[in-house]
Design a protein around this ligand. Sequence first.
Ligand code: GRF
Length: 190
Amino acid sequence: MTLALGVLISGRGSNLEAVLAAIKAGQLDARVAVVLSNNPDAKGLDVAREYGITAIVVDPQLYPDRLRYELEVVAHLKSHQVDWVVLAGYMKLVGKTLLAAYKNRMINIHPSLLPEYKGLDAQKQALEAGATHSGCTVHIVTSKMDDGPILGQVTVPVLENDTVETLSHRILVEEHQLLPRVIQKLSMMN
Ligand code: GRF
């Protein structure tokens, strides 16, 4: 079935763009119904609009608490009849309200081979740990950060002279392949 996706972003939006490009190229049977950003300055908002996708800012600072903020996010997702939620560089923790509305229908992409290097600066964590390999993971979102059943992973080598930038770039190239591939798997299962 053609999945209706709601993509949550906070920044650059390169993973969002990879999904939109895969759809456009006919490699992914899905459509992005709406893009939501908690950050008014997210570059990904422009990416969405370039593809003609509705892109909405829901600024948490304008809500008294996380419950009210997430109720607004869920209202947008529901009004666009979203089937699956994709966290693509969404830098906020997901709370109970959003989780309950899309339980087992929300995925996240993370730049490490989970369960290693959860949280912020995963690439830096890998370098500091002296890892010889890292990579990226797409998983189902649960109440624990960067946790939940793994749907796909790609391994990349860590090279001797890697900096956070070079390693991040090598991982990002794989993220852009992995995310559309996992969504396509979901679309074939739904
Ligand atoms: C990616 O590295 C993703 O794995 C992480 O945040 C970054 C988002 O990049 N969760 P972009 O906004 O998709 O370019």
